[in-house]
Design a protein around this ligand. Structure first.
Ligand code: 13P
Ligand code: SF4
Length: 316
């Protein structure tokens, strides 16, 4: 019977491994998850890598250590298999900044536009879109739209602005933002650079323009992680959610990683949604078979079309 309690002293790592075999489950984890959750995952990745892993899995269940839109994407790609999210409240401020009814009106006000939506949005917003993108393929997806065709880009205006700069394409931007990435402070990064003149600044494109201007390298979480390994630099100021430091340190023993702070130095570089998932909640969701993230058949079929276009365009 499902209970909210866990026996004291239970070896959660061993129990999760046992349940994983019993359920023939795959555990997918985003880089922004706490280290323990990254360590139990079969696949750790950015939003694109996790969507690709969900698309190719043969498992009988997916345990998604990430946020709701990621689990929902896995459910869209895998009708008929349960997608478990350890905490159903693990949402996303960026996805919340774009409610589907308002987005539908926005699209209607811009007829003839190709609608590109960042994967950080609800299934209902995906269903209104022509193509989905992530931070690692946004530039490529925008360039796939024939020159001269007008584009709506939603919901992240920071990523949209960055891609406009990279591609020279004029796009209509939905005014959404990630509450974690827009709190990084330009002033604090300038201060850190002065304290560590040898350090390179690496930043996620969800950050504001004035912060990105200070960056030596900009990219998705996977791209930032790769850069720390290929760059000869020994010290990095990391301007994204601090969960990524776990893999950066593992891949680069001996290099130094300094998490960028916000203006008041709080731990706002931790996504409060991502961090709702814990090892105990992962164990409980596998033990109880819930909470499950599901999408109605009608919505799933419509949301899958732009997702499949993205997956097709992202093949190497
Ligand atoms: P990527 O996974 O594409 O790097 O995006 C980061 C993010 O904010 C996920 O919510
Ligand atoms: Fe959403 Fe930002 Fe958290 Fe990513 S870091 S899940 S975009 S709130």
């Amino acid at each position: 019977m499902a209970t909210d309690t866990v026996a004291p002293g239970l070896d959660l790592f061993a129990e999760i491994a046992r349940l994983k075999t019993q359920m023939n489950a795959v555990i997918l984890a985003h880089y922004y998850q706490e280290p323990d959750l990254q360590d139990i995952a079969d696949v750790i990745g950015d939003s694109l890598a996790l969507a690709q892993a969900a698309a190719r899995t043969r498992a009988d269940a997916i345990v998604f250590c990430g946020v709701h839109f990621m689990a929902e994407t896995a459910a869209i790609l895998n009708p008929g298999i349960p997608v478990l999210l350890p905490d159903l409240d693990a949402g996303c401020s960026l996805a919340d900044s774009c409610p589907a009814p308002a987005f539908r009106r926005f699209i209607e006000a811009h007829p003839g536009h190709t609608v590109i939506s960042y994967i950080n949005c609800s299934a209902a917003v995906k269903a209104l879109s022509d193509i989905i993108c992530t931070s690692s393929n946004a530039e490529r997806i925008v360039r796939s739209v024939p020159e001269g065709r007008p584009i709506i880009f939603a919901p992240d205006q920071q990523l949209g602005r960055y891609v406009i700069k990279q591609t020279g394409r004029d796009m209509v931007l939905w005014p959404g933002a990630c509450s974690v990435h827009v709190t990084f402070s330009e002033r604090q990064i300038i201060r850190l650079k002065a304290e560590h003149p040898e350090a390179l600044v690496i930043a996620h494109p969800e950050c504001e323009e004035q912060v990105l201007r200070l960056a030596d390298h900009i990219g998705s979480t996977t791209a930032l992680l790769k850069f720390t390994t290929t760059s000869p630099a020994r010290t990095f100021i990391v301007v994204t959610e601090s969960g990524i430091l776990h893999q950066m340190k593992k891949a680069n023993p001996g290099k130094t990683f300094i998490p960028a702070p916000s203006e008041n130095g709080c731990s706002c570089n931790e996504c409060p949604y991502m961090r709702l998932n814990t090892l105990e909640k992962v164990y409980r969701c596998m033990r109880d078979g819930r909470p499950v993230v599901s999408v109605s058949d009608d919505l799933r079929v419509r949301a899958r079309v732009p997702l499949d276009r993205m997956l097709e365009l992202s093949r190497n």
